[in-house]
Design a protein around this ligand. Structure first.
Ligand SMILES: Nc1ncnc2c1ncn2[C@@H]1O[C@H](COP(=O)(O)OP(=O)(O)OP(=O)(O)O)[C@@H](O)[C@H]1O
Ligand SMILES: [Mg+2]
Length: 389
């Protein structure tokens, strides 16, 4: 045997002995981690061996019994995230991670919400000053509001401002396991978050309450709410517990009371919609400059998530030149048109006519209001093409 191959086989022998020792100790997690290390080590020099080891590693993951609730999730870069819990039966991840540590654009929010979110962040950043006076920072907050207004986004923003990933508890996964285990699942996930001083979001927290209507589940759900009550009460200063819901009426009042702060999100106002349109237009802002007011008027009442969807469709249409700008604008606000009452549509048409950027013909196309009606309310049409590109 040459010196090289002798050294090599000694390496393999000692790895084998170590692997056997770990397997004998019945520490499945350590065995798996060691196997993963061996696969990396031998991938270049012994590809066949590495791929066979890889198969054994995979089979340990799928065959594992469902006795324990906590299992390792998929490996990720952050060491604290390397052991994210998954449900023992379904193997669904109990916690999802949003990693915006590289930075995230701030959400567009009315002042009151912006200030509340800002306070949560500042208190964390200056927690030592608070601690010196024996004061705890806000440990828990519940974000309430209609869909698509930036609740989840604000939670991501808070975490990213604090240089952390946002952990989101997947309540569907928590509740997907066998009856009787959901309480354990919930506790395991929450304990894990507490241990790592995470920013944890309980998204759609009403999911727990909603299921209460299902009689067969009632005992189980009561237990879940009890777990939740205890956990919110005992949440440590080092962690931050956020919850979000668009059904505040479904959240147990006892649970509701336990959050340190309630942040109310409303549907966006006109100013926010204007800012959002400009942001979502991105590099195309210049192209659509003379249409921004029209879009803002036409998209009133939409959530920012819907505004984003409309603007993205508009930009795609423009990039691929699927139709004229007028047509694209009109279909961007078309969706909303169906929700507008006749009076609201007339108002929109009058506003647009007064702004003088578009001909009555164009306004009529966009709003569905007859040209005569527009003229009756707003006077004659501006000179053709005025203000148009
Ligand atoms: N206030 C906002 N500022 C900027 N973008 C927003 C805002 N609200 C929504 N958006 C856009 O819409 C997307 C969806 O928003 P988000 O998931 O935060 O809504 P949500 O309030 O959590 O809704 P749901 O109640 O349905 O969960 C965001 O990722 C973002 O692109
Ligand atoms: Mg959300």
């Amino acid at each position: 045997m040459s010196k090289d191959s002798k050294e090599e086989s000694t390496g393999i022998e000692s790895d084998l002995v170590n692997l056997a020792r770990l397997a004998a100790s019945e520490s499945l997690e350590d065995t798996r981690l060691f196997l993963a290390r061996l696969i990396r080590k031998y991938r270049q020099s012994h590809p066949d061996l590495a791929s066979r080891l890889d198969q054994s590693l995979k089979s340990t993951q799928t065959r594992s019994s469902g006795n324990s609730v906590l299992r390792r999730g998929a490996p990720v870069s952050d060491s604290s995230e390397a052991a994210l819990p998954v449900d023992g039966d379904s193997r669904l991840a109990l916690i999802r991670v949003f990693d915006d540590r590289a930075g995230l654009a701030s959400p567009i929010l009315p002042n009151s919400v912006h200030d509340a979110i800002g306070a949560i962040i500042r208190e964390r950043q200056e927690s030592q000053r608070l601690a010196a006076r024996g004061i705890s920072p806000t440990r828990s907050a519940i974000l309430v509001g209609p869909p698509g207004v930036g609740k989840t986004l604000s939670a991501r923003w808070i975490a990213s401002s604090l240089g952390k990933s946002l952990w989101v508890l997947d309540l569907t996964a928590v509740m997907s396991s066998l009856l009787g285990k959901t309480g354990n699942n919930l506790r395991a996930a929450l304990d894990h978050a507490k241990k790592h001083a995470a920013v944890l979001l309980l998204d759609e927290i009403d999911a727990i309450a909603k299921r209460r209507s299902d009689e067969s589940d009632i005992g189980e759900l009561k237990r879940l709410v009890t777990v939740m009550l205890q956990e919110v009460d005992q949440w440590p200063d080092s962690g931050l517990l956020l919850a979000a819901t668009n059904h505040p009426e479904l959240v147990d009042p006892a649970l509701w009371r336990r959050f340190d702060m309630v942040v109310k999100f409303d549907a966006p106002d006109a100013a926010s919609i204007g800012v959002a349109i400009k942001r979502f237009l991105g590099d195309d802002q210049e192209v659509f400059k003379s249409w921004i007011d029209v879009l803002a008027a036409g998209l009133q009442g939409q959530s920012l998530s819907d505004v984003e969807r409309s603007i993205n469709a508009l930009r795609r249409g423009h990039a691929l030149q699927t139709a004229s700008i007028e047509k694209l604008i009109s279909s961007a606000i078309d969706q909303r048109q169906e929700d507008l009452s006749k009076a609201e549509r007339l108002n929109l048409a009058i506003e647009l006519a007064k702004a003088g950027q578009h001909t009555h013909m164009q306004i009529s196309q966009m709003t569905g209001v007859a040209r005569d009606t527009i003229r009756k309310h707003a006077g004659p049409s501006p000179r053709k093409g005025r203000g148009l590109k």
